[in-house]
Write a protein that binds this ligand. Structure first.
Ligand code: NPW
Ligand code: K
Length: 511
């Protein structure tokens, strides 16, 4: 799904009104009625106190429409107009009149702290104070009201966006922002919903298709995409019956050092579980027995050194090489890396200590083959691009880096971003159980495997991150967040792929 900016959404609003020959009030009615439907489906007529806080712009107008429908359906509703100015929007005013016509219980105007109502933990709060029109931080008594709503701990549902969040930039420190439990957002999720600094304000997210003009959305240049099941399916390449292991890639996984051989095993397991035809592991001698015992399906090339890699096996020509996990950053391994980058010219995947070695010797960056994938965790990323001021600055630095070296870079997090030049792919699978040792090693194996199976590097990264998250979701649903081991994520990649097509084991047997 494409993620649009606030500016694009406002433009889409205008185009839609024009092309569908409707009024903006009708579009508001359509959008807010969908919000009402969602609430009604969940509350099923429950007689709980509903307190709706409406701003005076169109977000507030949405709140008034929702209020009207809830009242007409017999809910216990109190409407508050957060009257921070008298510059009310036309559609707000139209809906204000409509609301007055159906109830004697007119909206209560809040003009200062004296007008704050009591909010109890059992109330259901609807936040329709600000949406995409917010253009400066919330201040004064409105900020106090936002804090009071947050402190009440009442279940809070935000319309379009939690009030106080900007769609396309970082809020300042300590600004007032609604901490929503649930956000019903119109047409397109907003970029800030997925960033580490702002995602917690959103709660559970649902995007409502309010029927904005498809052609406009299709053509809008956003460069930001949310990756979900549909996108994963469109990237997946099915196997053909008439194929053999040579068709699915020969991958080389190089890494490991004394005490960290397990990392390579995890990566190689993930690569094979994601479908690699052949997998060779390049490790220092000390890992030989461990790897051959742990993963008999893989072949092994040992280094001359016992405890760390020191020279790249140049007489071997795999389809793709993945380097770095558990490798350490000794001078011997730096020699290996140098040797490797001077020898191997197809796209590679560089992870963990491979990234650390790049940070130690930035001259090597120029040697990385075009379309390679770099998978740093946040600490490793800092080594590559330096400190960032906020999430948007981080994205800019990574885009610049990606363009300069023509590589694909991951920004790992609860929503991992894959950055290719100016394009951002935001992953929407995965769960907190995946914050566990070795999880990144598994991800590298999955992506490397897809690269070896002839996926374009960017697709390998985007689909790989998605499948990694989905495998983690399957593992967590079976054994719980706390118990997920990296190996469980690797083990479930097959189920993850199968689940894209909703296939159960039985169905597969019949195919
Ligand atoms: N896109 C679509 O297709 C559809 C969009 N719809 C809805 O419209 C919403 C956007 O509505 P909107 O543009 O009226 O903006 P909104 O967020 O209500 O507030 C703007 C007002 O706040 C003011 N203001 C700003 N910052 C402030 C501050 N810190 N402190 C105080 N004031 C501040 C600003 O005035 P200013 O003072 O800057 O002149 C302005 O008066 C959108 O989120 C969605 O809910 C749907 O109805 C239908 C389809
Ligand atoms: K809102």
């Amino acid at each position: 799904m494409k993620i649009l900016s606030a500016e694009q959404l406002s433009e889409a609003d205008k185009v839609t009104i024009n092309k569908q020959n409707i009024t903006s009030e009708e579009l508001m009615e359509r959008a807010a009625t969908l919000v009402f439907n969602e609430i009604n489906n969940r509350l099923q007529g429950a007689p709980i106190p509903i307190k709706i806080f409406c701003g005076i712009g169109n977000n507030g107008g949405d709140g008034l429409v929702v209020a009207r429908h809830l009242i007409q359906h017999g809910y216990h509703v109190t409407v508050y107009v957060v009257n921070y100015t008298d510059k009310r929007s036309d559609d707000f005013l139209a809906n204000y009149e409509k609301l007055k016509n159906i109830t004697n219980d007119w909206p209560k105007l809040i003009k200062d702290k004296g007008g704050f109502p009591e909010i109890n933990i059992g109330d259901f709060v609807i936040d329709a104070i600000f949406g995409i029109g917010l253009n400066r931080p919330i201040e004064g008594w409105v900020a106090d009201l936002v804090k009071m709503i947050n402190e009440s701990q009442a279940f809070t549902l935000s319309v379009d966006m939690p009030s106080g969040l900007f769609a396309d930039k970082t809020p300042g420190r300590n600004t007032a922002i609604i901490e929503a439990n649930y956000t019903l957002s119109f047409q397109s999720p907003k970029l800030v919903f997925f960033l580490p600094e702002t995602m917690d304000y959103v709660g559970d997210l649902q995007v409502l298709d309010i029927g904005l003009d498809r052609e406009f959305i299709g053509k809008a240049e956003s460069g930001i995409y949310l990756i979900e099941k549909q996108e994963a399916i469109s990237m997946y390449k099915p196997r053909t019956n008439n194929s053999h292991k040579g068709d699915y890639g020969n991958v080389l996984i190089a890494g490991g050092s004394y005490g960290k051989i397990g990392s390579v095993l995890l990566t190689a397991t993930a690569a094979l579980r994601t479908g690699s035809g052949l997998c060779t592991i390049n490790i220092p001698k000390c890992g030989y027995d461990i790897v051959q015992t742990g993963l008999p399906e893989a072949m092994v090339i040992t280094d001359n050194e016992n405890e760390a890699l020191s020279s790249f096996p140049g007489n071997f020509n795999p389809d793709v090489v993945c380097f770095g996990m558990g490798a350490g950053t000794s001078s011997k391994t730096m020699e290996f890396f140098n040797d490797f980058l001077n020898t191997f010219k197809k796209p590679v995947l560089i992870d963990a200590d491979g990234i650390n070695l790049l940070s130690k010797n930035k001259e090597l960056l120029r040697l990385i083959p075009e379309n390679s994938v770099l998978t740093p965790h946040p600490g490793e990323l800092k080594g590559l691009i330096g400190e960032w001021k906020d999430d948007f600055h981080k994205i800019k630095l990574v885009k610049d880096f990606s363009k300069k070296y023509k590589v694909i870079v991951l920004i790992k997090g609860a929503h991992t971003f894959t950055v290719e030049g100016d394009n951002l792919y935001i992953n929407n699978s995965g769960n907190p159980g995946m914050a566990t040792a070795g999880s990144g090693d598994v991800l590298s194996g999955i992506i490397t495997s897809l690269m070896g199976q002839n996926y374009e590097s960017v697709n390998a990264a985007v689909l790989g991150v998605y499948l990694h998250g989905l495998s983690g979701d399957i593992a967590a649903s079976e054994i719980g967040y706390e118990s997920v081991l990296a190996g469980d994520i690797a083990k479930n990649t097959g189920k993850a792929i199968r689940s894209l097509f909703n296939r159960e084991v039985k169905e597969l047997r019949n195919n």
